[in-house]
Each structure stands twice: as structure tokens, then as C-alpha cells.
Design a protein around this ligand. Structure first.
Ligand code: UGA
Length: 432
């Protein structure tokens, strides 16, 4: 346990590099807690958008929070790194994409660190916090040497985020736990100041441990999903509803109820990338990565399972298929690694006439799958030979038989358990 040394209501000057969903949710969250926040991003358009109170992505509650923060003078954005100088602590929240082999690319983290290091070189003390997801060892072996090259007196922390897209602001304000990876106690104490008003257990650990906690968390959650999907596929063959199994399973305190929703599997910018990065790290270390490999291959296979199910019901060539939901999950416009994108492409390859609808993600989907027809839900369903539901949007929950009555054939397969059996008849679930 650490000793509290902080004044009540302390306001810190915080700078945050990167205005993606992690950076901006962190910025708005800190502003809500009363801190004075400056966002830094190299993208002029994003900076202009943020300053006008608009988020560059869809995220529940973020625009309202952003607009309030700007109105109260608590938040601003700039492309100018010199803003780091006026702050006491800087969070690095830039992307860490994977390359084609699945290995993590830390070039944005390096560039951001270099820019920060130059600005803080003549400051008496400044703390840099890595919030970007980086494989264990990166903060110590990549970030620290860059800071040392330019600056003499600085603090360094690694503070992983556990924010779900769509719920990022809420998750930021109400964390299950706060992991503080610290180079030394002084660095960690400074970061604790920023989180002074957060009600969460604090876990203070070395830098690399904090990095591993993040990967372990995402890999565990992804593994649960692949495991329940594999069990679900067997359930389907046996005529068992996997959701009945998961419900009872989740009541075992040792297991718990979360992340047992079987179906088409996980997507997004985090799970696929993070499991893959840890798998590569373990390969490099020679410590074994069989389970991680299996997690990814089971996940990839689920996208084929649903297409095969549909093929068993009708010939895809020339058939009009309505796909409802293309985002990787509800409350998000993100289509990165979305299972729906693979399914859309597979259907197209089979010669189907593919129509897709999503409440938020159609613009993003058009950019990466322009060969698909995008239209309203009603237009997609009109005269369709079959319908696949691939994202658990709340609006699909309220659908009724009459919504599907416009279809030519009522073949409906769910990739996520979303329809209400009392309202819709005769549909099939992937694992239920
Ligand atoms: C995930 C983690 O949940 C966050 O804690 C973490 O901070 C974040 O990654 C990250 O690393 O930045 P996210 O990817 O936004 O968050 O979304 P989740 O709600 O975790 O869902 C991930 C995927 O798994 C989605 O495609 C979702 O539909 C799928 N999923 C989730 C299932 O298929 N079954 C489930 O039971 C739960």
C-alpha cells in the first residue's frame, strides 16, 4: 500500500498525445475530474474536429463530455508539442498497429517519445506515461533510452488501459483496477496524483509487469471467447443451446459470467492484434504459444462456420443476402478485424448479391469493402433470400417477424445471440 501525499481537489496540467478513442476518452475523463488537459495530435483535421467539440469516431457520451470540457476551459487540442512543456505529465496514447506478420509496430510510440523528450529536455522534472499497448519490455528498452538521450530529470510510467470501445469514457471513469507501472516511486506517485479522485484499487508494479498485465487480460478474455465458441460448435451439433450452458457456467464464482457470449467471434483493433503480438513475443522467447495460436485459429474459423451454415440452406450464387451489422461490436463504428467484413467478402466470392446495413459503421465499411451494396435495413431485407445478423446492435433486439416479412425466403442466421424468440420465429443461431 502507498501513503497518500496529495491535497484534496488537486488540479494537474496534463498533456495527452494521440486523439484516438483511448487518448480522447482519457482526455475527456481527466477534464471531467477537474484536470486541465491539452490533447496533441499530428493530424490537423482531428485537432480541428476536437476543438470544435466533435469526436473523430463514434463513442457513447464522448461528444457531450468533450463539449462540456471545452466550454469549461478544461480541454483543448493542438498539433504543437510545445504544449507538453506547460504540463506536468504527458500520456502517450498513440496507435501500435501490427505489421503483416502480426508483430507490433512501435514507430508511433518512438516518434511521440522523441518529440516529448526534446521539449522536456530543460525542464526540472516531467513524467511521461505510456498508455499505448506495448509488448513487455518496450517502455524500458525503447521509450526509456529515447528519454535518456535528451532529458536528464524525468519520471516514467506504464499505465495500461482497459477501455472497451463504445464504453471507453465510462470504463475510464469507473475502472475495475488501476495498474501503475513505475520506473521509480517518484514517477508512480506523480501518476497517482492524476488518479487521486478515482475510486479503484491501485496496483503498483514494475514497468514490464504493467505491460504484461494488459496482454494477459486481453489474451485471457479472447481465450474465453474462443473456448466458449468451440464448446458452442459442439453444442450446435448436439442440439444444445450454448447460452443455457454459459449461463450455468458463469454462476461458478471461479469462472464468472463475462465473455461467454458465443457466436461469430471477436474482432476489433485490440484482441486480434494483442493475442498475435503476445504470440510473437512468446515465439521469440521460445516459451510456447500453443494456446494463443489456437485462440486465433478458432476465432478465424467461426467466420467460415456461419458461411457454411448458410451454404447448407441455399445456393449462394445469385442469391440476395442481407447482412445486418458490420461493426465488430455494438456501439461502435469500428470495422477493423470485424468478423462481418470477412463474411461479406466470402459471400461475394461465392457469387451472392450482398447487401449490408449497420447503424453506425457503413461509411467505414465502404472504405474497406466497396464491392458490397450498403443500404437501409428495410432495403437490405426486401426480397432477400437470406439474412445474417453479425453485430449485437440493440436495435436488432427489437426486430419482429413483420420486419422480416419483406424477405423472399425467411432464412435467418444469427452470428450473435440478439433476436428475441418471442418476437421472431424460425431463425437459427450459430451455436444455439
Ligand atoms: C477490449 C477489452 O475488453 C478492453 O478491456 C481493452 O482495453 C481493449 O480491448 C483494448 O485493448 O484496448 P474492445 O475490443 O473494445 O475491448 O471490445 P470488447 O467488448 O472486449 O469486445 C471485443 C470483441 O469480442 C468484440 O468483437 C465482441 O463482439 C467480442 N465478444 C466479446 C464476443 O464475441 N463474446 C463475448 O462474450 C465478448
Amino acid at each position: 500500500m502507498f501513503k497518500s501525499v496529495f491535497r484534496e481537489g488537486l488540479i494537474m496540467k496534463i498533456s495527452i498525445v494521440g486523439t484516438g478513442y483511448v487518448g480522447l476518452s482519457t482526455a475527456v475523463g481527466f477534464a471531467i475530474k477537474g484536470h486541465d488537459v491539452t490533447c496533441i495530435d499530428v493530424d490537423r483535421n482531428k485537432v480541428a474536429l476536437v476543438n470544435s467539440g466533435k469526436a473523430p469516431f463514434y463513442e457513447v457520451g464522448i461528444e457531450e463530455g468533450l463539449q462540456n470540457a471545452i466550454k469549461n476551459g478544461k480541454l483543448r487540442a493542438t498539433t504543437d508539442y510545445s504544449a507538453v512543456k506547460d504540463s506536468e505529465i504527458t500520456f502517450i496514447c498513440v496507435g501500435t498497429p501490427s505489421d503483416e506478420t502480426g508483430k507490433m509496430d512501435v514507430s508511433y510510440v518512438k516518434t511521440a517519445t522523441e518529440s516529448i523528450a526534446k521539449v522536456i529536455a530543460d525542464k526540472p522534472y516531467h513524467v511521461v506515461v505510456v498508455k499505448s499497448t506495448v509488448v513487455p519490455g518496450t517502455t524500458r528498452d525503447v521509450v526509456l533510452p529515447i528519454l535518456k538521450k535528451h532529458a536528464a530529470t524525468f519520471g516514467l510510467c506504464m499505465n495500461p488501459e482497459f477501455l472497451r470501445e463504445g464504453m471507453a469514457l465510462e470504463d475510464f471513469l469507473n475502472p475495475d483496477r488501476m495498474v501503475i507501472g513505475e520506473l521509480d516511486v517518484k514517477s508512480g506517485d506523480m501518476l497517482m496524483k492524476a488518479y487521486q479522485k478515482f475510486n479503484a484499487p491501485f496496483v503498483r508494479v514494475p514497468l514490464s509487469t504493467a505491460e504484461m498485465i494488459k496482454y494477459a487480460s486481453n489474451t485471457f478474455l479472447a481465450a474465453r471467447i474462443s473456448l466458449i465458441n468451440e464448446i458452442g460448435n459442439a453444442c450446435k451439433k448436439l442440439g444444445i443451446d450454448v447460452y443455457d450452458v454459459a449461463h450455468a457456467l458463469g454462476q461458478d464464482k471461479r469462472i464468472g459470467p463475462h465473455f461467454l457470449e458465443a457466436g461469430i467471434g471477436f474482432g476489433g483493433s485490440c484482441f486480434p492484434k494483442d493475442v498475435s503480438a503476445l504470440m510473437h513475443k512468446a515465439e521469440e522467447l521460445g516459451t510456447g504459444n500453443e494456446i494463443m495460436k489456437a485462440v486465433l485459429s478458432v476465432n478465424a474459423n467461426q467466420r467460415k462456420v456461419i458461411v457454411d451454415m448458410l451454404k447448407r440452406r441455399l445456393s449462394l450464387k445469385g442469391a440476395k443476402i442481407a447482412v445486418l451489422g458490420v461493426a465488430f461490436k455494438h456501439d461502435s463504428d469500428d470495422v477493423r478485424e470485424s468478423p462481418a467484413i470477412n463474411v461479406l467478402r466470402a459471400l461475394k466470392r461465392e457469387g451472392a448479391d450482398v447487401w449490408a446495413y449497420d447503424p453506425q459503421a457503413m461509411e467505414n465499411a465502404k472504405k474497406i469493402a466497396p464491392e458490397i451494396k450498403y443500404a437501409s435495413r428495410e432495403k437490405c431485407l426486401k426480397d432477400a433470400d437470406a439474412c445474417l445478423l453479425l453485430t449485437n446492435w440493440h436495435e436488432f433486439r427489437t426486430m419482429e417477424d413483420k420486419d422480416f416479412a419483406v424477405m423472399k425466403n425467411k432464412i435467418i442466421i444469427e452470428g450473435r445471440s440478439i433476436l428475441d424468440r418471442k418476437k421472431v420465429s424460425g431463425y437459427e443461431g450459430m451455436c444455439w
